[in-house]
Design a protein around this ligand. Structure first.
Ligand SMILES: NC(=O)c1ccc[n+]([C@@H]2O[C@H](COP(=O)([O-])OP(=O)(O)OC[C@H]3O[C@@H](n4cnc5c(N)ncnc54)[C@H](O)[C@@H]3O)[C@@H](O)[C@H]2O)c1
Length: 271
């Protein structure tokens, strides 16, 4: 799908990958609704885009960790620009580590934002899209959703869920005009991978594993790969080609792959 004159919505658009996606879609000629709970940075992105093409961007301060938050966002986006051609569920969090240190609230936060937000958004978009016979749902999962996130059960599980949900949407609605694209990057240079200020040691070690596993890309590189995949209407965006090699090793021999992951864990964060 070419993005010129389309209406797009990007969540988590105040920072990192989401901001880069908003800029890339806008550069391709789309109207962009940027959404995030970080109001200050969000307004700056919308102002930046509107300075290029007045009236082409709209900011919605939204918390996507609830169904009501997603419904509010979709309602505001429609009020601003009408039919939503493409929705990008990109907001995500890296919270939670091992079983003992991750409480129920952390599990809920990770699952609500990294997985259920996608489901809630799709639920509130689908009726319009099926009536129109078209609609494009995109989500940011992670290479951790195809492989595993060493050190974080919450991230691993929620991102696997995000990939599974995107695949399910593509299978269920693909013959009724609904297109789906799922972004599965490894390391990207954002606040999530390189948090500003002090962070808990375990979170930083998770980032260390990601950095030890391959190249760290800039958000704009990832956004270019996403744009090209949307134009080609393909499912998977895998900006780190090494992830394909790791995934093939996993499918070929799970026990060998698990042993390799344990070795990586021991090398980077200790036994
Ligand atoms: N950076 C990486 O290495 C990497 C790798 C793979 C996948 N990802 C995924 O990419 C996506 C974007 O992350 P990023 O790296 O740009 O990190 P980031 O922290 O820079 O951006 C995440 C954005 O999501 C927003 N957000 C979080 N919870 C929200 C909520 N409940 N409601 C609304 N907004 C919310 C934050 O305010 C922030 O602006 C996430 O889904 C993340 O899991 C990142």
């Amino acid at each position: 799908m070419e993005l010129k004159d389309r209406t797009t919505v990007v969540t988590g658009a105040a920072n990192g990958i989401g901001a880069a996606l908003a800029r890339r879609f806008h550069a391709a000629g789309a109207r962009v609704v940027v959404a995030d709970r970080d109001a200050a940075n969000l307004r700056a992105i919308a102002d930046e885009l509107n300075a290029v093409r007045p009236g082409s961007a709209h900011a919605v301060i939204a918390d996507v960790s609830t169904e009501a938050g997603n419904a509010h966002l979709i309602g505001e986006a429609r009020r601003a620009f009408g039919f939503i051609d493409l929705f990008f569920a990109n907001a995500g969090v890296a919270v939670g580590t091992d079983l003992a240190s991750t409480d129920e609230a952390m599990w809920s936060t990770a699952m609500d934002i990294n997985l259920h937000a996608h489901r809630w958004a799709a639920k509130h978009l689908m009726e319009d899209w099926l009536d129109a016979g078209e609609g494009y749902f995109c989500s940011t999962a992670s290479a951790a959703g195809l492989l595993a996130q060493i050190g974080s059960a919450t991230y691993s599980v929620s991102k696997h869920g995000a990939v599974a949900f995107a695949e399910w949407l593509a299978i269920t609605y693909g013959d009724r005009g609904i297109r789906v694209t799922c972004l599965c990057p490894q390391g990207v240079n954002t606040n999530m991978l390189n948090p500003p200020g002090t962070v808990q040691g375990a979170d930083k070690r998770g980032g260390d594993v990601v950095k030890a596993s391959g190249a760290v890309l800039e958000p704009a590189q990832v956004a270019d790969a996403v744009h090209d995949t949307i134009v080609a209407e393909r499912f998977l965006v895998m900006p780190h080609p090494e992830v394909h090699t790791y995934e093939k090793r996993k499918v070929d021999d799970r026990d060998r792959w698990l042993a390799g992951m344990r070795r990586l864990q021991a090398r980077v964060i200790g036994g």
